[in-house]
Structure formats: C-alpha cells, structure tokens
Ligand binder design. Structure first.
Ligand SMILES: [Zn+2]
Ligand SMILES: [Zn+2]
Length: 77
C-alpha cells in the first residue's frame, strides 16, 4: 500500500523512488516526475529524458543551454 506524496492517491501498486538517501512514494510516473524531475532553466519543461546539467543548472537540450549562455554543452544525439 502506497500513498502518493504528490496527489495523495492510495494506490495498491504504487512504487517508491530512492534518491539522495530519501524515499519518496508515488502512484504514477507522472506524479514522480512532478516532484523529482528537474525543470529546464530556459523553457521550464520537465526533463524526463537525458537532460543536460552545467554547474547545477539544468536544461532539456543544448539549444536551451545555448540560449542561456551555456555553450560548452552539446547534444550527444
Ligand atoms: Zn500521485
Ligand atoms: Zn528547454
């Protein structure tokens, strides 16, 4: 039995995410993303895939990083 931390849903098949020594409980990936996924500093979208990090700043793609003046990042794709 897991009570979702984000929406409070009591879901029998919920799951836990362990991060930074903390345990978070969720009923869905969407709720987990809402709490845990970083947001792109430029476009504010949730970073669910391979985001990019530069000095503690998060971006969804190299394009957004460049707009914010971070030029050393490049998409690996
Ligand atoms: Zn939830
Ligand atoms: Zn972005």
């Amino acid at each position: 039995m897991t009570v979702c931390e984000v929406c409070g849903n009591d879901y029998a098949r919920g799951f836990e995410v362990h991060t930074d020594g903390e345990v978070h409980a969720f009923d869905s990936l969407e709720c987990a993303a809402q709490l845990l996924a970083p947001t792109c500093e430029n476009c504010k979208c949730r970073i669910l895939g391979h985001g990019m990090e530069a000095g503690g700043r998060y971006f969804c793609c190299a394009h957004c990083a460049r707009i914010r003046g971070v030029s050393e990042l490049a998409d690996s794709a």
